[in-house]
Design a binder for this molecule. Structure first.
Ligand code: DO4
Ligand code: MG
Length: 292
C-alpha cells in the first residue's frame, strides 16, 4: 500500500492512498489522535488503520492533486559510504581525508549524519538547490527508510541527498556545509508501507539527469549492492537518541556521476526505485548568498 501527503485543488492538505489512476483521500476527522501522515505511519498498525478508513474515503484523479514531501515533523538523517561506489568516489575526491572513507565503509559503526529539517526538504516537482559557492555538485539517489518512534521500519520512500563534492572533498569536516543548506533534499512522492519482505537485488535504483530536454547522465544500482543491512542502519540511528516524531533515513548512494559532471541550473533530476515510483525535481543554482 502506498500512502502520500497531497494538496487538493481547494488547497487543503490530505493523507491519501495512492492507486493506479486515482488517490483515495482519507477522512481522518473521526480518528482520535490521527490527523497527519506521520500520525498514520506512527500508529500501532498503519495498514489496518488505513484499511478501516478506506470505506469513507473520497476518490480523486491522480493528476488533480499535488504530491507533497511525505514529511511532517520528522528529522531526516542519512547514512554514507554504504556502497563501494560511494567509498571509491569519495576517496578520489578527498584532498585530505581519503582513509576516513576507507575505514568507515567496513567499520562496525556506519557513517550517519543529520541531513535536513522539514523546511529544507522540497516537494516532488520543486527545485533542489546547488549551493552558489559549489562548482561540483551532484544528486545522490537514495533508498529511504521511514521510521516510527520505536525505530521500526514502517515504510520506504525515495530521497535525493544533494551534495557539494568540492566542499566535502576539500575537508571532511566541511560535510555539514556540503550536505545541509536550503533545498538540499527532496523526498517522496509516496511512502510504500513495509508490509512485505524486500527483494533487495530486485529493488533497482535509477538516476536520470536531463539538460535542456536531453539525457546527460543516467545510471542504475540495486539494493543488493548496499553493504549494510537496513535494520542495522535504523538500529545505529536509534542507539542513543530519541525520535518522538519518527525519522527518515536515507541509506546512502550507490550512484556517483563521473568526476567531470556537475549539476547546472535548469537540469532535471529523476530518481526511480522499484516498488515506490519516481521522484523528479528541477535544479536551481543561486548566484549569491541568502539575504537575511
Ligand atoms: O561521507 C560522506 C557522505 C556520504 C554519502 O552521502 C553517501 O555515501 O551517500
Ligand atoms: Mg548520500
Amino acid at each position: 500500500m502506498k500512502l502520500a501527503k497531497v494538496k487538493t485543488a481547494d488547497g487543503t492538505v490530505r493523507v491519501a492512498v495512492v492507486e493506479e489512476a486515482q488517490v483515495q483521500l482519507l477522512d481522518l476527522s473521526e480518528s482520535e489522535n490521527i490527523s497527519t501522515l506521520a500520525d498514520v505511519l506512527n500508529s500501532e498498525k498503519p495498514q489496518k488503520l488505513v484499511e478501516s478508513l478506506l470505506a469513507s474515503a473520497e476518490a480523486c484523479a491522480l493528476d488533480s492533486v499535488q504530491f507533497l514531501a511525505p514529511v511532517d515533523h520528522q528529522e531526516t538523517w542519512a547514512a554514507g559510504v554504504t556502497y563501494k561506489r560511494s567509498q571509491v568516489a569519495r576517496m578520489e575526491e578527498s584532498e585530505t581525508g581519503a582513509s576516513h572513507y576507507d575505514l568507515v565503509y567496513t567499520a562496525d559503526r556506519p557513517e550517519l549524519f543529520f541531513k535536513a529539517t522539514p523546511n529544507r526538504i522540497v516537494n516532488p516537482g520543486e527545485a533542489v538547490r546547488v549551493r552558489y559557492d559549489s562548482q561540483w555538485s551532484v544528486p545522490e539517489p537514495e533508498f529511504t527508510l521511514v521510521l516510527n518512534p520505536k525505530m521500526e521500519i514502517v515504510g520506504y520512500t525515495i530521497g535525493n541527498d544533494m551534495s557539494a563534492r568540492d566542499i566535502e572533498g576539500e575537508n571532511p569536516l566541511y560535510l555539514p556545509q556540503a550536505k545541509v543548506y536550503r533545498q538540499c533534499c527532496s523526498i517522496g512522492p509516496v511512502v510504500q508501507l513495509a508490509t512485505e519482505t524486500l527483494d533487495l537485488a530486485a529493488t533497482k535504483i535509477d538516476l536520470l539527469i536531463e539538460r535542456q530536454g536531453e539525457t546527460i547522465t543516467s545510471d542504475s544500482t540495486n539494493l543488493g549492492e548496499l553493504y549494510r543491512k537496513l535494520p542495522d542502519l535504523a538500529g545505529w540511528l536509534g542507539r542513543e537518541d530519541e525520535f518522538p516524531n519518527g525519522a527518515f533515513l536515507l541509506t546512502g548512494t550507490g550512484i556517483v556521476p563521473d568526476d567531470d559532471f556537475s549539476l547546472e541550473d535548469g537540469d532535471v533530476v529523476t530518481i526511480s526505485i522499484t516498488g515506490i515510483g519516481s521522484l523528479k525535481n528541477p535544479v536551481v543554482k543561486g548566484t549569491g548568498p541568502v539575504t537575511h
